[in-house]
Design a binder for this molecule. Structure first.
Ligand code: G3H
Ligand code: 13P
Ligand code: NA
Ligand code: ZN
Length: 328
């Protein structure tokens, strides 16, 4: 059934596991996730960005997710708006039947410029008030996603021309997180602990800790009843990159977040782990490989079936690694 994020993450917190939240845009991605969740008996968070809603078309996306609900009635499924840039986006998602929304007020409505604390509190509080009246959960965000390796935040910082940020400027501050949660009542909070979106997270193989794991523990202690969310949590596996390169793709050398580090973050209080890039890599590699190996085939199912299988394998691995398997 369709459930709220709060229900799924409360259970995860009580039982000490993490739930991967996978981005979806089309039928094949939804099938891959549900097959993986069904095989491992895991709770499901399907999340759609504004770009996903635009790509698929609102009604198609809604009906695809309704197809998942009807086909897997035994699994709890959350339909979550990823990175809503304004209350208006979140309200339209609620009207459309989403059971959870992210109000990313860490950025202005352009989705690029960092906002100030008061703006973030105001928009997040407004969304919480409306969403909770409808039984919908809310995720907020506080802090600046970016790599601790370079000190470069993802957002255009506006403080001079992209100067490197200090560790403290980038990471979520535990005392501020407490003030934010007290003022807004969000159910979940995305925190900055050294992750960034996309395939290019780190330029060399990890030696030691790449994330600020201590900070996770400190934030969790400050806001124990708010579920912590890790964005930019793809591990960008070298084997998936290699398949893409082997069949003509052009990826620069890159490294992601080691799965063991995510497991440590879960131990310290992270409950929702956002993954998109790894799924993109898996599907693209499988499609490239099939097209190269079977050049005479032109039925899309020929390459989409292995693409689903490759994505499903990543989803199953994450359900198992995060302890969500067996928890549905
Ligand atoms: O946070 C971004 C997600 O990876 C979704 O990406 O906006 O290209 O759909 P998108
Ligand atoms: P990745 O790009 O690391 O997969 O992160 C996805 C994400 O955070 C979506 O909100
Ligand atoms: Na941010
Ligand atoms: Zn994100």
């Amino acid at each position: 059934p369709l459930v709220s994020m709060r229900q799924v993450l409360d259970h995860a917190a009580e039982n000490g596991y993490g739930v991967p939240a996978f981005n979806v845009n089309n039928l094949e991605q939804i099938q891959a996730i549900l097959q993986a969740a069904d095989a491992t008996n895991s709770p499901v968070i399907l999340q759609a960005s504004a770009g996903a809603r635009k790509y698929a078309g609102e009604q198609f996306l809604k009906n695809l997710i309704e197809g998942a609900l009807a086909s897997y009635p035994h699994l709890p499924i959350v339909m979550h708006q990823d990175h809503g840039v304004s209350p208006a986006v979140c309200i339209s998602a609620i009207r459309f039947g989403f059971s959870s929304v992210m109000m990313d007020g860490s950025l202005r409505e352009d989705g690029k410029t960092p906002s100030d604390f008061d703006y973030n509190v105001n928009v997040s509080r407004e969304v919480v008030k409306l969403a909770h009246a409808c039984g919908v959960s809310v995720e907020g965000e506080l802090g600046c996603l970016g790599s601790l390796e370079t000190g470069h935040g993802e957002a255009e910082d506006g403080i001079g021309s992209h100067r490197a940020l200090s560790r403290d400027e980038m990471l979520t501050d535990p005392a501020e997180a407490k003030r934010f949660v007290d003022a807004t009542g969000v159910d979940a909070l995305a925190i900055a602990i050294g992750t960034s979106h996309g395939a290019y997270k780190f330029t060399s193989p990890p030696t030691g800790e790449v994330l600020a794991i201590d900070r996770v523990r400190e934030i969790h202690e400050a806001i124990p009843n708010t579920h912590l969310v890790m964005h930019g949590a793809s591990s960008v596996p070298q084997d998936l990159q290699d398949i893409i390169r082997q069949y003509g793709g052009a990826l620069k050398p890159t490294w992601g977040v080691p799965v063991e580090e995510m497991q440590r973050a879960i131990q310290f209080g992270v409950r929702k782990i956002n993954i998109d890039t790894d799924l993109r890599l898996a599907m693209t590699g499988a499609i490239r490989k099939t097209m190269a190996e079977k050049p005479s085939e032109f039925d899309p199912r020929t390459y989409l079936k292995p693409a689903i299988a490759a994505m499903r394998a990543v989803c199953e691995a994450r359900y198992l690694a995060f302890g969500a398997a067996g928890q549905a």
